[in-house]
Design a protein around this ligand. Structure first.
Ligand SMILES: [Zn+2]
Length: 301
């Protein structure tokens, strides 16, 4: 179909398109088929190029919670405080930290459907090609969940009786994402889907442990929230996943440097500041272990 014809069609059908998205956003776009997602992706791209105004309107539609959902979220907040939830978990697993507390104070809760689910339409490898990568990822997960220290034990607890599926998608970037969703409409329970790029096993294989640890922290955070809650703290959630992910990964002896380097290479302050935070934690750990070594020395002399 020609671009002009396509644009005409989108303009024509715009009310139906937004109506469809409005139905799906309350369930975080989890029930859309990949054909439908591909269609939407094509539509976004067409509008972005040809009709910025209509694109913005579509963007508003997909990223804004329905009135009803905001009300429901506010009711949930009578028994659930997202900031407190993240702070308690962070302090339990990483320890209290001034920088994290400041990020928490500065960040503002926004209500947003999980737009990622709409954008993300991974091009997965064939099952036979996935196999060797899935084995590697399973090994990493086994290490992460069986280490006896606190953050790792927490992961083991959260994964207890969860169904886990690994999916490997095409692309050589360092990229991953955990999704916790019903794979089929008729499923009673949700499944944890750990999506990882092919790049995590090749060019970025040193970072695999840290990428997985980061993504699994999002899962633990999400699991502690009420079902259907759509409040987000976009910045703090990432600091949280980095910090606790770092603790978990470093306990298992996984490399942290490649992850930091790749994120810094993106050249965006949001990413490099997060890496500064990881570095601060690394330095604290260094000081602590030097102190512990000294204590031991003193005790034995
Ligand atoms: Zn993240």
């Amino acid at each position: 179909m020609g671009e002009n014809r396509k644009l005409e069609l989108i303009r024509d059908k715009f009310p139906e398109i937004t109506a469809r998205l409005n139905v799906e956003k309350d369930s975080n776009y989890e029930n859309m088929s990949s054909q439908e997602k591909a269609l939407f992706k094509d539509m976004f791209e067409t509008l972005q190029k040809a009709d910025p105004k209509l694109f913005m309107s579509l963007f508003q539609t997909i990223t804004t919670c329905s009135e009803k959902s905001v009300q429901d979220n506010k009711i949930m907040e009578q028994n659930f405080d997202l900031k407190e939830h993240l702070q308690l978990l962070h302090n339990e697993l990483v320890g209290q930290n001034v920088l994290f507390d400041k990020k928490l104070t500065d960040d503002v809760i926004t209500y947003q459907p999980a737009v990622d689910n709409l954008y993300l339409n991974y091009n997965y490898l064939e099952p036979k090609d996935e196999e060797k990568y899935v084995k590697q990822a399973e090994n990493v997960l086994e290490k992460l969940r069986s280490h006896p220290s606190k953050p790792n034990r927490k992961l083991a607890q959260c994964l207890d009786d969860e169904k886990i599926v690994f999916r490997i998608f095409k692309g050589d970037k360092m990229d991953g994402k955990c999704q916790y969703r019903k794979l089929n409409k008729e499923d009673k329970k949700r499944t944890l889907v750990i999506n990882l790029s092919e790049g995590c096993f090749n060019r970025h294989r040193e970072a695999l442990g840290m990428v997985m640890a980061h993504e699994l922290r999002h899962f633990i955070d999400g699991k502690g929230r009420p079902e259907g809650y759509q409040g987000k703290l976009p910045a703090v959630q990432e600091y949280f996943a980095d910090a606790v992910g770092y603790k978990m990964a470093v306990n298992c002896g996984f490399d942290i440097e490649h992850y930091k380097e790749e994120n810094r290479n993106l050249g965006q302050s949001f990413f490099s500041e997060r890496m500064d935070y990881i570095e601060q934690l690394q330095n604290n750990d260094k000081i602590l272990s030097a102190y512990m070594a000294r204590q031991k020395f003193n005790e034995s002399h």
